[in-house]
Write a protein that binds this ligand. Structure first.
Ligand SMILES: N[C@@H](CCC(=O)N[C@@H](CS)C(=O)NCC(=O)O)C(=O)O
Length: 230
């Protein structure tokens, strides 16, 4: 990966990019952030209502009925956030295209974010996964997730950061797509109200905390949040 100054790079020619997502951070935010960081122009379409999303879901443009969806040049519709992130990483030079070992590392840590937070998705959106929990079972599961499952995962992620010589999760010179995914996953974790404050404050994970600060100190990210109401 070429070393960049960490600010926006100018792209002579880029495809037109239109993101369809809700007006929340969720799984769309990493897409907005990588575009903002790399200087890719993005039309950030946020549904004005759930009905607008449902109307789109009934049509044929959402391959699996889910968003985020990235429309490219008005004709290609891309879904699955991690694969969209790889695509945008390739467009912007933030995904390793010649070092296949490094690329695998980036992919693995992105997939790991999915694994770490699958539990919280299930607890939040149980019926979507065909899981119906009684309030008591839900409370017990949250306790186990907060006390054991999440800390076990986060300790391993902390170790991963310890091994990085650059502070970025896969050890890349610049943030890779995996850093955008991890940053937004951790922000979403902080917004998940059933998780404990101790977890949200990342009290036991100083390296992850440093990563969050490092990410938020990037000029383009600061600029993005200064101009974003959410
Ligand atoms: N693995 C997919 C998950 C996409 C997903 O769960 N999307 C949710 C919003 S975050 C969605 O579209 N929910 C509405 C629905 O399923 O009806 C990804 O990473 O893009």
């Amino acid at each position: 990966m070429e070393e960049m100054a960490g600010s926006k790079r100018k792209m002579e020619q880029q495809p037109t990019l239109k993101l369809y997502y809700f007006d929340i951070k969720g799984k769309g935010e990493c897409i907005r952030l990588i575009c903002s960081y790399s200087g890719l122009e993005l039309n950030d379409h946020r549904f004005s209502s759930r009905d607008e999303f449902l109307a789109m879901k009934e049509g044929t443009r959402l391959q699996f009925g889910q968003v985020p969806m990235l429309e490219v040049d008005g004709k290609h519709t891309m879904v699955q956030s991690n694969s969209i992130m790889r695509y945008l990483g390739k467009l912007s030079g933030l995904y390793p295209t010649t070092d296949h070992i490094l690329a695998q590392k980036v992919d693995a840590v992105m997939d790991q974010a999915t694994d770490v937070f699958t539990g919280s998705s299930i607890l939040k959106y149980g019926p979507r996964y065909a899981i119906e929990l009684t309030p008591e079972a839900k409370e017990k599961s949250y306790e186990h997730y907060n006390q054991t499952v999440l800390p076990t995962h986060l300790r391993k992620v902390e170790r991963y950061f310890s091994k990085s010589s650059t502070g970025w999760i896969a050890g890349t010179v610049e943030p890779s797509p995996a850093d955008f995914v991890w940053y937004t996953s951790l922000i979403n974790m902080k917004n998940h109200k059933e998780l404990t404050q101790k977890i949200k404050n990342l009290e036991d994970y100083p390296k992850i905390k440093v990563f969050m600060k490092k990410f938020e100190s990037l000029e383009s990210i600061k600029e993005y949040y200064e101009n974003s109401s959410k």
